[in-house]
Design a protein around this ligand. Sequence first.
Ligand code: HPA
Length: 276
Amino acid sequence: MYTVKEMHKTLDEAVSYINSEIDLEPEIGIILGTGLGSLVDGIEMAGTVDYDKIPHFPVSTVESHAGRLLFGNLKGKPVVCMQGRFHFYEGYSFQQIAFPVRVMKKLGMETLIVSNAAGGMNPNFEAGDIMVIKDHINFFPGNPLLGPNDSNWGDRFPDMYEVYNKSFVKMAKDVALKQNLRLQEGVYVGLTGPCLETAAEYRMLRSFGADAVGMSTVPEAITAHHQHNKILAFSIITDMGLADNMHPCSLEDVISTATKTEPKLRDLIAGCVEKM
Ligand code: HPA
């Protein structure tokens, strides 16, 4: 467990290294999930910084994740993009998962955009759909805000009112309509993985009110909300988890559906950034 002073010291060391490499103050942070790495294609690149060069930064272990911060302009807005994120199932602590989100805040981030791959549990969904996240359920065995709190940074007991910005959700729907894109809206439940769910677990999670399930996003969203960022988040529904209609599901299926859907999500995110 770190002290508040240690937290700021490690963050400041990371930030000053990044600032020595990159001359751009990002307003928007983007975290890309499994199979969504090429979302960055629309970004006018200003530079990249590999995670393993940044002091105190965790390093990516999943092969499908690149592991660098990419800086540039998207639709004229300065952005920083995490190519590769950190999952609890890989063995990272919640503090480690929170670290890059805090670094991005110190770099200037006001808005966080998150994408992930998720299993659909709402029977109206199909694999290949995109869902804008309107709320979440934290089913992880912990929270990135456990431990000492710097009340100048964020509240000790942050309320969870409008974690996912309502006007962003509306904006995403408007943009999707203009792009002729079917956009679902729903509640994301985040849990550890790495197993996918049993039929009994999908049934339980659905009965809790969740529309999609995945292994990320919730810790980052809690961290960003605590530090007063606005959040826009999307799930690509890569497979359906319907308790009464179960099928085998491989990582290849998940990645191939994510990759196929990615161009649509890329346009949707670009359309939203344009309006921010
Ligand atoms: N469950 C949990 N995480 C996931 C799934 C799923 O069905 N699909 C993609 N990520």
